[in-house]
Design a protein around this ligand. Structure first.
Ligand SMILES: Cc1ncc(COP(=O)(O)O)c(C=O)c1O
Length: 471
């Protein structure tokens, strides 16, 4: 019998143990050195994109290159080709400098590459994620019975909320979709919500017109009277309201909608209450700040992004609900090729995703290493950074448009510094700091947000100097 042997494994993809060790140690050293340069260097990209595209075009993949060369090339281009969240003078959108335990979690997940669809293939990761979800649900006051899962981001978690609300609103939604309802469905959130809700409405098949943006109260918070009025108007027209979304930490101004008043309206009207705490939910970690979220315990579901203020690596959000039965109703499926099919347990039967990465380890390790005190301390530190920025700007003739107790400041420059958009462009182009332009209650503002856990007073001074550079 001629037993043919197999070809060798492809060494470029599966190198020897010795090569892995060698390249791994080298990569670690390279990354450590790059991080130091990134933290001290410009916040904005400096790469010449034309040069980059030419280099990129040379990768036609016809001939292999040494992995170390490709790694060096990738690190170099990331060092110069992105806005640097790891730089402590990044005061921008809610993208954090990632905490170290979360980075370690990514190493571990990459090596074992567990498939988190099923509790049979990944019993330990599924139980571990569940443990973290329950700990957060407890912290939010949702009680023992609450459940949930990790999601790729706030948008996926918010989408899950809408599907739960629709599934709970009509027994026939699962089978018939929106045709089950007696009229067009609608859900409500404030004008200052995260506008991905429009995409979510589209994705869910209810149509973008299903989102009704409710007026704010002049301070960036949803006006509960306007909310009630909108629902009454809609009902009078034959529209079917299904959900109220309160935002706890608006994207632009860090404002928290009046959670109790929104919960009262949702309760009176028999509507699902979702609290989008994608960013502000991090305040739950702090004993000093969690009271700001009073009312969150009344939610039917909550979104919290661990990849924002809790500073995990990207692609790590949490969806929590007290109605696990609706998750199972919305996401159940039946197949005989999966290693398990446990309703209420297997992630693939209770969430949008099927194959899924082990992202919960990031928050688990951060919590294990820092405890609630440490994670809460990180969140409180962000608030203090913003307090220092605020004190300095007020002394220099700036005014503050938002009244947020969280770590974001919407600041209005004195007239001699010119208009907001030009000023922000100047600061960003200088590379000395990174801030964003936005508007708050109709005023153009410079949005300054503490997202990096290592920002120092020298970094605050550098930001203030960059913002106040004379024309
Ligand atoms: C309040 C709020 N909700 C939802 C999102 C969307 O989250 P993600 O970008 O993680 O999908 C954001 C993002 O900034 C947000 O601020």
């Amino acid at each position: 019998m001629n037993l043919k042997s197999l070809p060798e494994a492809i060494p470029a993809l599966f190198p020897s143990a010795a090569d892995r060790d060698r390249i791994g140690s080298w990569l670690n050293a390279q990354l450590g050195a790059a991080l130091k340069r990134v933290q001290a260097g410009p916040v904005s990209p400096t790469v010449n994109m034309q040069d980059f595209r030419e280099q990129l075009a040379s990768f036609d993949f016809s001939a292999p290159r040494p992995l170390e060369d490709a790694l060096r090339w990738a690190i170099d281009n990331l060092e110069h080709g992105i806005v640097q969240m790891a730089n402590p003078r990044y005061f921008g959108l809610f993208n954090p400098g990632a905490n170290f335990p979360a980075q370690c979690a990514d190493h571990i997940a990459a090596l074992f590459n567990p498939q988190l669809a099923s509790s049979a293939s990944s019993p330990v990761p599924v139980a571990l994620e569940n443990h973290v979800i329950r700990a957060i649900a407890q912290r939010a006051g949702l009680g023992e019975a609450a459940t949930g899962h990790f999601a790729t981001g706030g948008s996926e978690a918010n989408y899950t909320a809408l599907l739960c609300a629709l599934t709970g609103a009509h027994a026939k939604f699962a089978a018939d979709g929106v045709r089950a309802f007696a009229g067009p469905v609608r859900f409500y959130t404030s004008r200052d919500c995260h506008i991905a809700w429009l995409k979510i409405a589209h994705q869910a098949g209810v149509g973008r017109a299903a989102l009704r943006l409710v007026d704010t109260d002049g301070h960036g918070r949803m006006d509960p009277i306007a909310l009630e009025r909108a629902i009454a108007e809609d009902r009078a027209q034959g529209v079917v309201p299904v959900m109220v979304v309160a935002t706890a930490g608006t994207t632009g101004g860090g404002m928290i909608d009046p959670l109790h008043a929104c919960a009262d309206v949702a309760k009176q009207q028999g509507l699902w209450l979702h609290i989008d705490a994608a960013w502000g939910g991090a305040a739950l970690a702090s004993d000093r700040l969690r009271g700001l979220l009073s009312g969150i315990e009344r939610a039917d579901s909550i979104t919290i992004d661990a990849h924002k203020w809790l500073a995990t690596t990207m692609g790590c959000a949490i969806f929590i609900t007290r109605r696990g039965d609706l998750l199972s109703a919305a996401f159940h499926a039946s197949t005989n090729f999966m290693p398990s099919s446990l309703a209420a347990v297997d992630p693939y039967l209770n969430s949008v995703q099927w194959s899924r990465r082990f992202v919960g380890l990031r928050l688990f390790l951060a919590l294990a290493a820092a405890g609630w005190d440490g994670l809460g301390g990180h969140v409180e530190r962000g608030v203090e950074v913003i307090e220092r920025v605020k004190e300095r700007l007020l002394r220099l003739g700036w005014s503050i448009a938002n009244d947020s107790a969280l770590a974001v400041l919407d600041a209005v420059p004195p007239p001699q510094l010119g208009d907001v958009r030009t000023l922000v462009r100047r600061v960003v182009a200088s590379g000395r700091a990174w801030v964003a332009p936005t508007s708050f209650e109709g005023r153009d503002v410079v949005r300054i947000c503490a997202t990096n856990g290592e920002t120092s007073m020298e970094d605050v001074d550098a930001l203030i100097a960059a913002l106040n550079e004379p024309l």
